[in-house]
Design a protein around this ligand. Structure first.
Ligand code: ARG
Length: 575
């Protein structure tokens, strides 16, 4: 149910009747229940055009707007706001329709093909905390868009190529000569990388051998490629373990590493040169971007091939655009990396549009995110200042959840999968609930709290509803009865339930999963208030009322479960 869209459409028509075309139609949720559920704030902006007082304009708009079915009352307030009080019978009808539908009344949108580039770690090293945000925000977006009916193509643009592999392969080759198995030698990628680097910096002749490996790798030497493949294979399986732990839906078939674009890179550079989009300057091939000139008017420089012949991160991203727009026929691309890469993607988009690798209709969206900070406000690191492996962080989350559950309930054994669901859910939710673009402070204590906007709180709210149904001995999933809205707490809950689709659409548009988190938190809070004010199983509650309230409760649970599922967080029957 898209309440907002319905109201916008009605007000748009009313404005049209007053001769206003193409003006914004600002309808928003009211900030306080005394002002009704929604507000229209468009009258003030029309005063000049219509040469009337905003309050009179609001009056005229109301006279034209067809709101009888939706609203029981519309009130003009202050300088010319229109407060909209929704009709109880309309709400009841909508909620009924929603309750009878497995998709909670949410339509599938006209489908777009959406490429989502996320996680994309560099395979030379292990995944560290810096990859958490890209991985889980991207995955939440994939799930939301899929639920809304879009055709999502996941692209794990792994960094599997580059000069650092020379050093790693030279070291690996020595280890394998010593009869070590690749998976054993690479069981800890961080250690392996460090050992290779020490040799590179200190051991006579090793750096030269490393460089030879780079040349061999680039020239397609079969033995060297086989070694590289072993390395990549083991490294990907490390990432897969992390995805498994994180309940993230990436698999091997989604891997489209940088190396896959290698054959296209020389072709692409030749094309850009032939069409005079790129030029050769001091041996390097580059594109000048006057659109992004500095203060002195010097255009930005976007290099696509170094003077030595080497290709760059940028060349690969241009090739990725060609592949995604043409071979995959995507309508929209979303790329999740930290904010420091914003300029790179801005430039890449400019070049790709100049070259026509992407047409005007294509929606290219770099979705940057802020950093994870420690409690001291500095980038999140171990005490000794090292980057934290993602796998270790997740293990710690499960350990902490186990301790927490033991503390809450000393005589019960903590089941491993319960601790995992709560611990991993807490880490993911703490991240997803923050505005994507800002930095945030990673704090174990707040994320594992059962109070506030946390995943344990939402998981707990869900189990409370399950327990109501257990007590009543009614199967929740199939429960449905006629919903009658009779008091304020029922109405507040019903309206909140109806706002789920509006929320998902907003999340889909701007890649803002925190809006879904905020919504679920509000829903759980409104449910708790409803449950206090509107008893369900108490004596004296008539059967009709009981059934209607049970339906609202079941819908709340289903919405919580579905919403958390899209964030990649599981719910529990009991806690
Ligand atoms: N591998 C890169 C990194 O770890 C992220 C790649 C993002 N995707 C892209 N198409 N450039 O920073």
């Amino acid at each position: 149910m898209l309440i907002q869209a319905i109201l916008v459409e009605r007000f748009r028509q009313a404005m049209q009747k007053l001769g206003v075309e193409n003006a914004p139609v600002p309808v928003s949720k009211s900030t306080r229940p005394e002002f009704g559920e929604y507000q229209f704030n468009g009258a003030m902006a029309l005063a000049k055009q219509l040469k009337k007082k905003p309050r009179d304009i609001a009056q005229d708009i109301l006279a034209q707007a067809q709101l009888d079915d939706v609203a029981k009352l519309c009130e003009i307030a202050g300088p010319g706001f229109i407060n909209i009080y929704l009709s109880q019978s309309w709400i009841g009808k909508q909620v009924d329709a929603m309750a009878q539908d497995a998709r909670l009344g949410i339509d599938k949108a006209p489908s777009q093909k959406v490429v989502i580039d996320y996680s994309s770690p560099n395979l030379a090293k292990e995944m560290h905390v810096g990859h958490l945000r890209s991985t889980i925000i991207g995955d939440a977006m994939a799930k939301v868009l899929e639920f809304l009916g879009h055709d999502v193509v996941r692209q794990n643009h792994m960094g599997d190529w580059g000069t650092q592999f020379g050093m790693l392969l030279a070291h690996l080759s020595d280890q394998l000569d010593g009869k070590s198995v690749a998976s054993t030698a690479l069981s800890d990628l961080e250690d392996f990388y460090r050992a290779a680097k020490v040799r590179f910096d200190n051991e006579d002749g090793f750096a030269d051998r490393a460089r030879e490996y780079v040349v061999k790798l680039q020239s397609g030497d079969a033995e060297c490629l086989a070694l590289w493949e072993q390395f990549i294979d083991v490294s990907i399986s490390h990432s897969e373990e992390v995805y498994e732990k994180l309940n993230v839906s990436l698999s091997r078939t989604d891997v489209m590493g940088e190396s896959k674009y290698n054959p296209d890179l020389p072709v692409l550079v030749k094309d850009l040169l032939a069409r005079k989009i790129a030029v050769i300057d001091q041996g390097a091939t580059l594109v000048f971007l006057p659109e992004l000139a500095d203060k002195e008017g010097n255009p930005a420089v976007y290099i696509i091939q170094k003077s030595g012949g080497g290709f760059l991160y940028s060349t690969t991203d241009l090739a990725a655009i060609r592949y995604r727009c043409h071979t995959l026929a995507a309508d929209r691309t979303m790329i999740f990396t930290d904010a420091r890469q914003a300029l790179h993607f801005k430039q890449t988009e400019l070049v790709a549009r100049k070259a026509g690798y992407m047409n005007e209709a294509h929606h290219y969206q770099h979705c940057p995110f802020g950093m994870m900070l420690g409690k001291d406000g500095k980038p999140f690191k171990t005490r000794s200042g090292e980057t934290i492996k993602l796998a270790d962080l997740l293990d710690e989350a499960v350990e902490r959840a186990t301790a927490l559950l033991k503390q809450r309930n000393a005589d019960e054994v903590v089941e491993a999968d319960v601790a995992k669901t709560i611990g991993i859910g807490a880490v993911k939710y703490a991240d997803l609930s923050k505005n994507r673009t800002t930095d945030y402070i990673f704090d174990w204590d707040t994320m594992l709290s059962f109070e506030g906007n946390t995943s344990p709180y939402l998981q707990y709210a869900y189990t409370r509803i399950r327990s109501i149904f257990r007590k009543a001995d009614i199967a929740m999933d199939k429960h449905h009865a006629n919903v009658v809205i009779d008091n304020a707490s029922e109405q507040a809950l019903a309206v909140k339930l109806l706002q789920f689709e509006d929320t998902l659409q907003a999340v889909a548009q701007e890649a803002t999963p925190h809006l879904l988190c905020a919504y679920l938190y509000e829903l759980a809070s409104v449910f708790m208030k409803f449950y206090e004010a509107s008893p369900i199983l108490k004596d004296g509650v008539s059967d009709d009322v009981k059934q209607s309230r049970l339906t609202l409760a079941a819908m709340s649970a289903k919405t919580l479960k579905l919403g958390l599922e899209m964030l990649g967080i599981d719910t529990l029957e009991k806690m």
